[in-house]
Write a protein that binds this ligand. Structure first.
Ligand SMILES: *[C@@H]1O[C@H](CO)[C@@H](O)[C@H](O)[C@H]1NC(C)=O
Ligand SMILES: *[C@@H]1O[C@H](CO)[C@@H](O)[C@H](O)[C@H]1NC(C)=O
Ligand SMILES: [Cu+2]
Length: 261
């Protein structure tokens, strides 16, 4: 009896820790780069000495940590800068960490990518300028996990699989073709909506955009924090309401709309 209890207890422990992730690997030229190679390193959740402390989500929509993750308002780890052509595909991959073989976006939710143009040193930039959204997910799309494949069957969850990124280990998107050449901080956000504490998984990479075609004007953006208000209904809600309905009908993703270039 005792061993059954111990076994159940350890499963209970595993469940929530498996549900966290971070995006430390930039996907560049179709390849996964190393952890923190191009992405600003974050700090572990204070007081948690396990490796899982790195994956702890941000839940304060008013904290500067909403920009690039915990303690990453400057690029103290001095990541490299990735060169990418305007119009090309780039992406973020989830990190490997203890207990998890393939880290995935285990939560239902909305992913987005953002650019902030930097004039000085990328690693010194506080991210306190304007941010322009360039990608946002909602319902399933071509790169969503194919749950009909044998190897993905166990990943399926009827309540959560409506959302594009559910169980994906990475996400790819394009840099707008008219984005002006220059240095940018590229931010990826995976938001797990909750009625109380919505979880924000955010990371930032250094990129240099090279535009060999037609440059447009970089549009006005928003400030982060400031983009979300605690309680706003497209960010603070239960994804189960949609799971029960079996559709995302009536759900509108949070503003601003992505700039397509
Ligand atoms: C993103 O691109 C990388 C590199 O091509 C690939 O390994 C990964 O599977 C892609 N992610 C998705 C969700 O399609
Ligand atoms: C933030 O990062 C710096 C640089 O690594 C480190 O010295 C400091 O302890 C970190 N602060 C927190 C709260 O983790
Ligand atoms: Cu979580």
């Amino acid at each position: 009896m005792k061993s059954v209890t111990v076994l159940l207890a350890s499963f209970a422990l595993l469940a929530p820790t498996n549900a966290h992730y971070f995006f430390s690997r930039l996907i560049l030229d179709g390849k996964w780069t190393s952890t923190w190679e191009y992405v600003r390193e974050i700090s572990p959740y204070p007081g948690d000495t396990t490796k899982l402390a790195m994956a702890y989500p941000n839940t304060d929509p008013d904290s500067p940590d909403l920009r690039c993750g915990r303690n990453a308002t400057i690029g103290w780890s001095q990541p490299k800068t990735a060169t990418v052509k305007a119009g090309d595909t780039i992406g973020f991959g989830a990190a490997e960490y203890e207990l998890v073989e393939v880290p995935r976006m285990y939560h239902p939710g909305v992913a987005s990518a953002w650019l902030s143009k930097v004039t000085g040193d990328l690693n010194q930039y506080l991210g306190d300028g304007e941010w322009v959204k360039i990608m946002q997910t909602r319902e399933r799309e071509a790169q969503s996990v194919d749950f009909t494949k044998e190897e993905n069957k166990l990943l399926y969850n009827q309540m959560k699989s409506l959302w594009a990124t559910f169980q994906a280990d990475s996400w790819n998107f394009t840099i707008p073709a008219t984005a002006p050449s220059g240095r940018y901080l590229l931010r990826y956000e995976h938001m797990f909506p909750n009625p109380q504490d919505t979880q924000f998984y955010v990371n930032c990479a250094n990129i240099e955009v090279v535009n060999e075609g037609t440059e447009g004007a970089f549009p006005a953006g928003v400030k982060i924090p400031g983009v979300y208000t605690r309680g706003q209904k497209d960010v603070y809600f239960s994804t189960y309401d949609y799971g029960l309905k079996g559709s995302l009908d009536g759900y509108k993703t949070p503003a601003p709309e992505p700039w397509k270039g």
